[in-house]
Design a protein around this ligand. Structure first.
Ligand code: MSP
Length: 497
């Protein structure tokens, strides 16, 4: 059986997930559900990044120890994923011992190989971002990311000499065109590596400055830099190094879905860490764009986040999932707006999908006493009927190809092209005329084709809209239809004049 290992970033727990976080997680969920449906052995991993300054600060603000704080927030985090119908197989927390042990093993391994060396570090540090900047970068003494003042810090730390492996990485990326996707991001990483010599990465923090982290096994006065700790989650969840069987089964198929903000960590630091440890890189990394509010990235620090649960309460889970993956190409930035969501709802969902389902059930009631005629592949039918059957037969492969490329829009367009064709088929066939003319056989075949379309549509939309797919299936699973309310009643917004 082929395996598929898909991961999301592990999220910081200094707040609950917003739309941006839910985006990566829903994308991973859709791929997982699709591959499971196709019979693959799927491992879908998500989790939380619980060490570091940000979490420590958030805990202090609430008067809690960091452990109390993270333990308190995790159930609420998991609850958001549950409400979004996320079918993860494993949830890793960086405070779990299975993770801490792997991190310590990994560090010791690199240390023994001479990859981590002690040195002096002096630099300008942004406390909230946990990033060191050069004088040039921190122009005017401000962090170029968050625009808050940086502090001058001097301390002794362990460094990882990334540049030793730079030539290897460059060659690796060139030899593996699908390693970093989309192509624009691959080119960005390639030119970065071609034009710069990687500087040494500081992989520790003195315990005196940051107590909330994993102590280095060879220097207990230091804790691990939070990114070093975090990236290792992708293999600690596989039970590395103890569970070699699981690791060997899943690691070769690993796909990391990330936002473009953390491309460098995943496409440069992480492959080099693995290579230095004698392991090979993940199969692929796909960096998507940002959800914005107006022209700004949606983020906690900007205070412009939208809570996914509010959108759910108003429109339902499936509408939310559909909108995120249908409205903006995975890889580009997009603007989250209520108007755009309502437009998709009324168009794609109410007019196209909802209408197709409802009218098919209604036609069955009107023309066949609510029966669901059995589909006959070789039935005699009009050329438009035959072309619908042909389209239906090609749908599965079209969706497979699109999702192989992580092109959600192409997958949904393939499904909607069948929905559109089937709606047109109704207009062309004019079943009411067939009924009048007593053409029973043609009418039965027409209905059978329509129900077969619904089965295919339900199957293919299931990864995107699990609840809707289940509803459609339950309406047509017996030999008689079970018609309920329309799936997506049109939303009419009152305009304020
Ligand atoms: N903890 C690190 C990741 C470590 S992975 C080994 C981190 N966490 S985070 O909580 O800040 O989440 C970052 C991820 O959330 C982004 O890479 C992206 O997947 C998602 N998003 C956060 N804001 C986003 C948008 N506004 N739009 C789209 N996705 C964004 O970084």
């Amino acid at each position: 059986m082929t395996t598929f290992y898909v991961t999301t970033p592990i999220y910081y727990v200094n707040g609950l997930p917003h739309i941006g976080h839910s985006y990566t997680t829903i994308a991973a969920d859709v791929l997982s559900r699709h591959k499971r449906q196709r019979g693959q052995d799927v491992l879908f991993l998500t989790g939380t990044d619980e060490h570091g300054q940000k979490v420590l600060k958030a805990a202090q603000e609430e008067g809690k120890t960091p452990q109390e704080f993270v333990d308190g927030i995790i159930p609420r985090f998991k609850d958001v994923w549950k409400r979004l119908d996320i079918s993860y197989d494993d949830f890793i927390r960086t405070t779990e011992s299975r993770h801490v042990e792997t991190v310590r093993y990994f560090l010791q391994l690199l240390y023994d190989k001479g990859e981590l060396v002690l040195g002096d570090y002096e630099g300008l540090y942004c406390v909230p971002c946990e990033v060191f900047w050069t004088e040039k970068q921190a122009e005017g003494g401000l962090c170029p990311d968050c625009r808050r003042p940086v502090e001058r810090i001097k301390e002794s730390n362990y460094f990882f000499k990334l540049s030793r492996h730079q030539a290897w990485l460059l060659e690796y990326i060139k030899a593996h065109p699908d390693f970093i996707r989309p192509e624009s991001r691959r080119n960005e990483v390639l030119s970065f590596l071609e034009e710069n010599t990687l500087s040494d990465l500081c992989v520790s923090r003195p315990k005196s400055r940051l107590s909330w982290g994993i102590p280095l096994p060879f220097s207990p006065d230091h804790v691990t830099y939070v990114w070093f700790d975090a990236l290792i989650n992708y293999i600690s969840a596989l039970g590395f190094p103890g569970n070699r069987k699981k690791f060997d089964a899943f690691w070769p198929s690993a796909l990391h879905l990330i936002g473009k903000d953390i491309l460098r960590q995943h496409a440069v630091i992480w492959p080099i860490m693995l290579h230095a440890a004698g392991l090979f890189p993940p199969q692929g990394i796909f960096a998507h764009g940002w959800w914005q509010v107006g022209r700004e990235k949606m983020s906690k620090s900007r205070g412009n986040t939208v809570n996914p649960l509010d959108v759910l309460d108003e429109f339902g889970i499936d509408v939310y999932r559909y909108f995120l993956l249908r409205d903006v190409p995975f890889g580009l930035d997009g603007v989250f707006s209520r108007d755009a969501l309502i437009k998709r709802f009324n168009g794609d969902l109410a007019n196209d999908l909802g209408n197709l389902v409802y009218r098919t059930l209604t036609m069955s009631e009107k023309y066949a006493d609510g029966r669901i005629p059995v589909f006959d592949r070789d039935g005699h039918r009009s050329s438009s009927g035959s072309s619908i059957v042909e389209k239906m037969d090609g749908l599965g492969a079209a969706v497979d190809t699109a999702l192989e490329k992580i092109d959600f829009i192409a997958a949904l367009e393939a499904i909607w092209s069948l929905i559109g064709a089937a709606n047109k088929y109704v207009e062309e066939t004019k079943p009411w005329n067939l009924k009048k003319a007593g053409q029973t056989e043609a009418l039965e075949d027409f209905l059978a084709v329509m129900f077969q379309v619904l089965r295919h549509v339900a199957l293919e939309i299931a990864p995107f809209m699990p609840q809707t797919a289940a509803k459609i299936s339950s309406q047509i699973e017996a030999d008689r239809v079970a018609k309920g309310e329309p799936l997506f009643p049109r939303i009419v917004e009152e305009k304020n004049s």
